[in-house]
Design a protein around this ligand. Structure first.
Ligand SMILES: N[C@@H]1[C@@H](O)[C@H](O)[C@@H](COP(=O)(O)O)O[C@@H]1O
Length: 247
């Protein structure tokens, strides 16, 4: 595991964008696992800028997103489909048919989970998975206490996640209570993982995930066992992690 300590959100975003570019340059038909949230947003903006300058090319890339709320249609402005379309897919030269986000707006959610697992398998697995982290240590929407062995599944969101994510909705009551998410197993099977964290409200999550024992109570802690993880974080998020562990 490599922890990159960066000064602020801007340099975190540039570093993460560099790691993603390096992946795409070395394998132009990479399968990228993508994430939503404030954490990857700056990296997406940076990649869009480099793509416009033709410094990185997404024309052969295939993307699979981590998660989506249950019950929101893709054109709902609060859905993760919409977020990805607005902040990344429409800003780079990725082919729309090569982008995939789990579907939480169907009657048969179990079938949607199975279909997503088959899709990832048929693509041959994820080359690089981008992650944020919840303040309770969740990754994707894998909330504390669930098995590390799950593939794509439906989750009941915790109150703390609903509260944290309510900032992106007009009212807390509008935040869906359920989500469809890749499981820890899907994430863990990615060849490389890049986790972005910024701000002091992520400091405890990083400490518990990477400096304390591995436990399903802190879902991101499983990443300690992965052989290719880069954590890109700012000084505030890393304030509980001693400098000797950081690059
Ligand atoms: N499902 C998403 C996660 O994938 C994300 O990592 C987390 C942190 O979001 P942010 O980066 O906005 O802090 O929020 C949501 O719960």
């Amino acid at each position: 595991m490599r922890i990159y300590k960066e000064k602020d959100y801007e340099s975190v975003s540039r570093k993460a964008a560099n790691l993603i570019s390096a992946q795409v340059i070395s394998k132009p038909d990479s399968i990228l696992g993508l994430a939503t949230g404030t954490s990857p947003l700056g990296a997406y903006h940076q990649l869009a800028e480099w793509c416009t300058k033709k410094d990185v090319d997404f024309s052969r890339v295939i993307s699979v997103n981590l998660d989506e709320y249950v019950g929101l249609s893709p054109d709902n402005s609060e859905s993760y489909h919409y977020f990805m379309e607005k902040n990344f897919f429409s800003k780079v030269n990725i082919a729309m048919e090569n982008t995939h986000v789990p579907n939480g707006h169907v009657s048969d959610l179990e079938e949607a989970c199975k279909a997503y697992d088959s899709l990832i398998q048929d693509l041959g697995g994820i080359d690089l998975q981008l992650l944020g982290i919840g303040s309770n240590g969740h990754i994707g929407f894998n909330e504390p206490g669930k098995s590390f062995l799950l593939d794509t599944h439906i989750v009941q969101l915790t109150e703390s996640t609903i509260k944290a994510n309510s900032r992106l909705f007009s009212r807390i009551d509008d935040v869906p209570r359920r989500a469809i998410t890749m499981g820890i197993r899907n994430i863990f099977q990615a060849a490389k993982i890049v986790l972005i964290a910024t701000g002091q409200n992520k400091a405890d999550a990083l400490y518990r995930s990477f400096m304390e024992p591995i436990t399903p109570e802190v879902p991101a802690s499983i990443l300690q066992l992965h052989t290719n993880v880069s954590i890109v974080a700012d000084e505030e998020a890393l304030k509980r992690i001693p400098d000797e562990y950081c690059f």
